[in-house]
Design a protein around this ligand. Structure first.
Ligand code: ZN
Length: 71
């Protein structure tokens, strides 16, 4: 007996990943610097591979303080 093929119902679209610039706190030199961040929904993280312009440490563990939203 043939089984009816059921197609998966369309999954809810995940929020698109958005790249933007933001103010990031560098824990190494304790300064805030501008960096590129990725955000998806309410999740925001520093784009990997970036270095602090002040101390050239990796900004990956940095804290995103505020997004520079385009007005
Ligand atoms: Zn730094």
């Amino acid at each position: 007996m043939l089984q009816k093929r059921t197609f998966n119902s369309p999954q809810p679209k995940p929020a698109p990943m958005v790249s933007s610039s933001a103010t990031v706190y560098c824990p190494i030199c304790t300064h805030t610097v501008q960096a590129e961040v990725l955000s998806r929904g309410r999740q925001v993280w520093v784009r990997p591979g970036q270095k602090c312009p002040r101390c050239s440490a990796s900004l990956a563990p940095g804290k995103v303080l505020s997004l520079n939203q385009a007005a």
